[in-house]
Design a protein around this ligand. Structure first.
Ligand code: COA
Length: 393
């Protein structure tokens, strides 16, 4: 086995068990549904079942990846999230048990807003370079919650992406150049006492654009390809219109002479899942990659950019090339089915669910059995979170 080619070997997703159409919240928020459909590029958002959280979503996304990779090959599990459920214990340790992984695995949680799954991918690539026989499992899982009635409310969502990083990857070979950018800005944050984020929406858009441009400049300085030599662009998508905005901004920033229809074709196939899931924070850029890989167009040999942004703010820009034979590794139709299977709920049902949080007695409560996923969060007993499998594995 060669260690010179390292990248993403497998990629899968999970999302909340219900969906709400954004037209169904528009009237309460005094907005025209077109503002959400066209202005934000969002049609729906996923809403979690009472017994779903970042652990159950993350483990559900990872289960098919782990089953295909083989549990014995995985020696590291990196859990990326900004929806932390504990100040001390990693959400990854719960997922490790639910997934039936062996004890000889290092597990850790990473945090930097929506960015940390990309840091996890880079750390994973370094581990694989040291030991090409192992696969690293990265789980990115988040539930985006803003104040009800705020302008950010239609950009909530819930989702998880899970991927393995390995030598001789089946999907995407990572190229060595990567550009990074960090600046201490207060565009979005969630203090420990809050269940919803504080966000200055418009400043977060400009912080995002500045950081992605800064990361791209560093990518070029590190020997990365010219803008024109990149075929597809997967951006972090807090709402899919953001990817279109970022792409236009970056093309101009790079001085690229690319026709508008080409720019559209470079990002449009990345938006199909996020448009219907909403913001899944750390998972979002990897759900963009998954939608791209699931697209019927043959991408073999194409250079794909990953533009990752996490408020606060850190950005990274890197590229990979799509492996020949990647189609044999994608789960054709599965992800579309996951989205189609979510029952649609109305605004009153959605509001009642959102208002469960924060719990009146956070130390002890039970959750109704609602999820159709493989794992459930049964509740909290004496401050201990209880997770269980819902079906035999
Ligand atoms: N039909 C079509 N488009 C419409 C419309 C209508 N009836 N009404 C408004 N729009 C468009 C606006 O022109 C705007 O598009 P543009 O930015 O391309 O000009 C878009 O819809 C959004 O309208 P805007 O008034 O800017 O929205 P807002 O102030 O209500 O809030 C966010 C938008 C994204 C700032 C808000 O949802 C938010 O804070 N989200 C969370 C933070 C976030 O996601 N940040 C992203 C970077 S991490």
């Amino acid at each position: 086995m060669s260690s010179s080619v390292i990248g993403i070997d497998d990629l899968a997703m999970a999302t909340g068990g219900f969906r709400i159409d954004l037209a169904d919240i528009a009237e309460r928020l005094g907005a025209d549904p077109a503002k959400y459909y066209r202005g934000l590029g969002q049609t729906e958002m996923s809403v979690v079942a009472e017994d779903e959280d970042i652990v159950t979503l993350g483990a559900a996304a990872a289960l098919p990846v782990v089953e295909r990779a083989g549990r014995e090959r995985i020696r590291t599990l990196l859990f990326a999230t900004e929806t932390g459920i504990d100040q001390s214990k990693s959400a990854g340790v719960y997922a490790h048990r639910l997934l039936g992984l062996p004890p000889n695995v290092r597990v850790v949680e990473l945090k930097q807003a929506c960015y940390s799954a990309t840091a996890a991918m880079q750390f994973a690539a370094a581990l694989v370079a040291r030991n090409p026989a192992e696969k690293v499992l990265v789980i990115a899982s988040d539930i985006a919650r803003y104040e009800l009635g705020s302008t950010a409310e239609p950009t909530q969502g819930a989702g998880a992406a899970a991927f393995t990083v390995s030598a001789d990857p089946a999907l995407l070979a990572l190229e060595p150049a990567a550009g990074v950018f960090t600046e201490d800005v207060m565009d979005f944050w969630r203090p420990n006492h809050r269940v919803t984020a504080i966000v200055d929406g418009h400043s977060s858009i400009s912080a995002y654009l500045d950081a992605v441009a800064g990361a791209f400049d560093d990518y070029r300085a590190q020997g990365g390809s010219a803008f024109e030599a990149i075929n597809r662009f997967c951006y972090h998508q807090p709402f899919t219109k953001m990817a279109a905005k970022a792409h236009q901004y970056l093309a101009k920033h790079a001085g690229a002479d690319v026709p508008t229809e080409t720019l559209t074709a470079q990002v449009a196939p990345t938006m199909g899942y996020n448009r219907r899931i909403g913001n899944s924070y750390t998972a979002s850029v990897y759900l963009a990659l998954l939608a791209l890989l699931d697209d019927p167009a043959d991408l073999t040999g194409e250079r794909v950019a990953i533009a990752s942004y996490g408020s606060g703010a850190v950005a990274e820009f890197l590229t990979g090339t799509v492996m020949s034979g990647y189609r044999a590794q994608i789960r054709n139709g599965t992800n579309e089915q996951i989205l189609a299977d979510r029952p649609r709920i109305d605004d009153n049902t959605y509001l009642a669910r959102q208002r469960i949080m924060p719990r009146s007695d956070p130390s002890n409560y039970g959750n109704r059995h609602e999820t159709r996923g493989p794992f459930r969060f049964a509740g909290v007993r004496e401050d201990q979170r209880i997770y269980e499998a819902t079906a035999p594995r």
